[in-house]
Design a protein around this ligand. Structure first.
Ligand SMILES: [Cu+2]
Length: 177
């Protein structure tokens, strides 16, 4: 390697490390909002902060899956999650698990209101996105594409992380993606 090539490699390396530490800081700041142990992926669409979005792996032959995600409206006006869609399934609807006389039942909602400054968590046992008519098995460690549609903030394409089939909380996944 010539001296010139060595210098070029070194300067590229230092630029890369500066950029990586910047990304780590931004990720840390984003996740402080959600008070989450899982350092994982997140998104921003307009005023809406979208935290780690995940689903459980499905068993072979299963055609439904539930998607969980914390949402925070950082704006000053209310917004709404209007729905979602994915090419991997026929339909995605907004559901909530509710206890009714000791029996769990699923209620469908048209939308979820996102009040300014508040976090709404779609999580096991409560609100979730119900994916029906899944066209393929989703496997732990994979990601699948999902489009979230907000009334004011618009639509955003995200990647849903697939956790273990019996996961109750997203697994700490380090900085792997
Ligand atoms: Cu459901």
């Amino acid at each position: 390697m010539t001296d010139r090539a060595t210098i070029k490699t070194m300067s590229m390396r230092s630029r890369l490390s500066v950029r990586l530490s910047h990304i780590a800081l931004v990720l840390f700041a984003a996740f402080a909002f959600f008070n989450s142990d899982a350092v994982a992926h997140s998104y921003q669409q307009g005023d809406i902060a979208i935290g780690h979005i995940w689903a459980r792996a499905t068993a072979a032959g299963a055609t439904t899956a539930a998607v969980y995600v914390p949402l925070k409206n950082n704006g000053t006006e209310p917004d709404k999650l209007m729905g979602a869609s994915t090419a991997l399934a026929d339909q995605v609807t907004i559901h909530e698990m509710l206890m009714n006389n000791g029996v769990m039942k699923m209620v469908e909602h048209d939308s979820i209101v996102l009040d300014p400054g508040k976090i709404v968590s779609l999580q096991p046992g409560g609100l979730h996105l119900m994916v029906t008519g899944l066209k393929q098995q989703i496997k732990q460690g994979d990601m699948f594409p999902l489009t979230l549609r907000f009334e004011k903030a618009g639509s955003i394409n995200v990647e849903v992380k697939i956790e273990a089939i019996n996961a109750m909380e997203p697994m700490p996944s380090g900085m792997s993606h």
